[in-house]
Structures are given as C-alpha cells and as structure tokens.
Design a protein around this ligand. Structure first.
Ligand code: FAD
Length: 401
C-alpha cells in the first residue's frame, strides 16, 4: 500500500541531500519536483566518502550496481602525526566494514555520486513516478496563504504548489530564512583547500607512489591544521582536503580559485611526504585547487513549520571534520520518505513531526562531535596532543584499561 501516491512534494535544492530525498520519496509513490537554482545539476570536482551509515542507505535505494561502478574502497583509515608521519591510529575499513556493519566504506568523485542518484530520480522505469527536475529555478519566496499547499516562488515568478515543501537548499538556505529562523551561522576561523591531483603524476614519483600502492583514507594531525587525502575513481585522482586557520573570511564559494603554491606553503616543516604530495597540486596548476571559509551551525530547533520542512545543511550545517554532512542529509531524506510514505494527506504534518523527532537529535549530536574535532585534531604539540595520540594508539593496538 502506498497512500502517499496522492501527494506532491516540492524540494528546493538538487544537491546530494535534496536528490536522495527525491529518490526515496519517489520510491514511496510521491510525485516530486526538484527546483535547483543552477543552470545545470551537478557537484563540485572533489571527493566524498560515505561511511556504512550512508552506504547502507544508498544500497537500500537500489543503487548497488551503479555504486559498484563508481566507488573506490579504502582498506583502512590511518591517522598520522604531522612532524614525522608516525601512525597514531589505524582503523580497518574494507572487508571489516562489510562484515561488521553489513555495509561498505566507499570513496567517490562527487559528480559521479550525484549523477547516479540523479539518474535514478529521473529514470523512466522504476518504482514511483519519475522526479521532475527544474534547473535555473532559484526560489526566492514562499506563499503559505493556503497552509495545506505551500507554494515555492522562483526568481522569474514561476509558482510550484505542493502538499509538502522541503528546503534542501544548503548552508545559506533561503527556505530556512523564509521560515523566520534567526541567522545563526558561525564562522569557524578556518578555511579549507581542496585539490584533485591526477593519479598518474602520483604513481610516477617514488616520493608519492605510496599513495597508490595501498588505498587508504589518511588524516594528518598538526598544530592548528589538518590534512585529509584519499584516492577516487580507482586511483585516477588523489583528493586532498587541507584545513588551515583563516583570519579573514575568505569568500565562501566552493569553486573560488586559489593558488596551488599557497596550499603547498601552508604546511611548513611537515613530514617529507606532505610537501612531496602538495607539490603535485602545484604542478597540476591553480585550477586544481579551490579554497573557501568554513561555517557551521550549532544544533538548531528550526526544522519544520507546518508543511514546510528542512533537511541537510539547511538545518544541520556542520564542520566537515567527520565527513558526515552529506551522509546526514541522505539519512534525512530516507527518514522523511519513511514517515511520509505511510500517511494520508491528513497525516502529513504528523509525519513531518515524526521525521524531525527521529532526525534532529541525532544530527545535532553529529554537529557537536564535528565541532569537538576542531579542537581534538588541532592540539599544539604538548600534553593534550600526547594524551590524544596515546588514546588513538591504544585503540589502534587494541589495548584497554
Ligand atoms: P548542498 O550540497 O549545499 O546543496 C544545496 C543545493 O541547493 C545546491 O545545489 C544549491 O545550488 C541549491 N540551492 C541553494 N539555494 C537555492 C534556492 N534558493 N533555490 C533553488 N536551489 C537552491 N559529507 C559527507 O557525508 N562525506 C564527506 O566526505 C564530506 N566531505 C566534505 C568535505 C568538505 C571539505 C566539505 C566542506 C564538506 C564535506 N561534506 C562531506 C559535507 C557535505 O559536502 C555537505 O554536508 C552536503 O553537500 C550538504 O548537502 P545538501 O544537499 O544539504 O546541500
């Protein structure tokens, strides 16, 4: 039975959160329209990781075959010390995740993951009605004159009425603003460089060859900064995320061009493997590197107002220090569909409340944990760093108190 077949939902924002929600709702029989402001649906040129929580959910949406074709599987996650590269933590991933959590830990190119979900949304065949995607559709206003049929209004005056309106429009959500929420965005004092480096340049140099010999998810901890890297597309690209302090609020733009030399210079005195790797970004040119300032919110009660509801960064923007932002957005989409998939139109608001009850506390815990990692990852060398590394090493060697 799919009572929701008579529903219509409008989703504002065609990012990973909005599209996952669209696919999950489609599979419950909901007629979905996604309004995306960009001229073309897509994602930035960068990597993304899905831990078993998100991988399980994506597999549950029937995407196994497509994900098998685009993923790269890291064998383990290794944590290294900045100065000498010594290993302070090693967590098995690969087979271990599949056996322990019954779901994999995978890496992808973001554009690949986004494309796979988008194609499943729009495929003619498949459970439920195909999702309607509307690009060049920036939502600027809502009309809630009829509370049971909220209307999204785009900049060019198009009106989209539906039974449910979902704001999946990211960290600077317009839908959240229109719900009357306070501006609670906080600047982290940190910025992020992202780089994609061709895998063949990495493989050709003995100083960086180790990166392709064993696929790992690597985190380097240093005083006031850290570095994450992993291979994607089966070794075609090395994805790098580098977090450094930032005094000025660098324009918050995923694709802001940045100097690759600036990135290479941001890790002076680090273990030789780091400059060797970052020099490849410099060789790949400025286009290979982007940078932006990092913002976040603390757990926030504003998720729902009547039949207007938020998901993803729109309601739980977090620092990327657990690689969970998109994964939490995907969990939102799946739970939203579960709660709406079994109600009749009269039950929509209760269904949305159950969605918020199930998701807000959990996402808030992940937001808090990501914020705590800002301190945990960045201790200056000294007693706190030693204690952190001791704890990590103990987990690594399986010791216990
Ligand atoms: P977004 O991806 O921001 O999508 C919002 C969409 O809405 C966009 O397409 C936008 O164009 C559109 N939009 C905005 N306003 C409007 C409007 N008014 N009208 C119409 N459309 C609109 N998460 C993970 O799970 N794993 C990771 O490995 C990971 N790594 C990360 C690394 C970095 C460096 C960063 C910064 C984040 C990382 N994240 C990761 C977090 C993740 O990228 C975000 O949490 C996730 O992309 C949020 O998805 P979303 O769909 O909620 O929002």
């Amino acid at each position: 039975m799919a009572p929701s077949q008579s529903f219509e939902a409008t989703i504002v924002g065609g990012g990973l959160g909005g599209l996952t929600a669209a696919l999950a709702l489609r599979q419950r029989g909901v007629r979905v329209t996604v309004l995306e402001q960009a001229a073309r649906l897509g994602e930035v040129g960068a990597g993304i990781q899905t831990a078993p929580n998100a991988s399980r959910l994506l597999l549950g949406l029937g995407l196994r075959r497509q994900l098998e074709a685009i993923h790269t599987e890291p064998l383990d996650q290794v944590r290294r010390r900045w100065k000498d590269g010594s290993v302070v933590g090693l967590t098995p991933l690969g087979e271990h995740c599949k056996q322990t959590y019954n779901a994999p830990y995978w890496h992808y190119h973001r554009a690949d993951l986004h494309r796979v979900i988008m194609e499943a949304c729009t495929a003619a065949a498949g459970p439920g009605p195909a999702v309607r995607l509307r690009t060049n559709s920036r939502v600027t206003e809502l009309d809630r004159g009829d509370p049971s049929r909220p209307v999204a209004i785009t900049a060019d005056g198009e009106r989209y009425a539906a039974d449910v309106l979902v704001g999946a429009d990211g960290i600077r959500s317009r839908v959240r603003d229109l719900m009357g929420a306070e501006d609670t965005l906080e600047f982290s004092g940190e910025m992020c460089y992202r780089a994609l480096i061709p895998g063949d340049a990495i493989a050709a140099d003995p100083a960086t060859r180790w990166l392709v010999d064993r696929f790992q998810s690597t985190i380097w901890y240093g005083p006031d900064r850290h570095l994450v890297h992993y291979m994607i597309r089966g070794g075609q690209w090395l994805n790098i995320v580098a977090i450094v302090p930032c005094t000025d609020e660098v324009a918050e733009n995923w694709t802001a061009p940045s100097s690759a030399a600036e990135l290479a210079a941001a890790f002076p005195g680090w273990d030789d493997r780091v400059p060797a790797m970052l020099s490849k970004a410099a060789a790949a040119g400025d286009d290979a590197v982007s940078c932006f300032a990092l913002y976040y919110r603390r757990p926030d009660p504003v998720w729902q107002d009547g039949r207007v509801v938020l998901l993803g960064d729109a309601c739980h923007a977090m620092l990327p220090y657990q690689a969970q932002g998109a994964s939490q957005a995907m969990e939102d989409g799946a739970v939203l569909a579960e709660e709406l998939g079994t109600v009749t139109p009269d039950g929509i608001e209760q269904g949305l409340r159950r969605y918020v009850d199930r998701r807000a506390k959990h996402a808030g815990m992940v937001q808090d944990a990501s914020l705590r990692n800002k301190t945990f990852y960045h201790y200056p060398d000294g007693p706190e760093q030693e204690e952190r590394d001791r704890l990590l090493r103990r987990g690594f060697s399986g010791e216990s108190d």
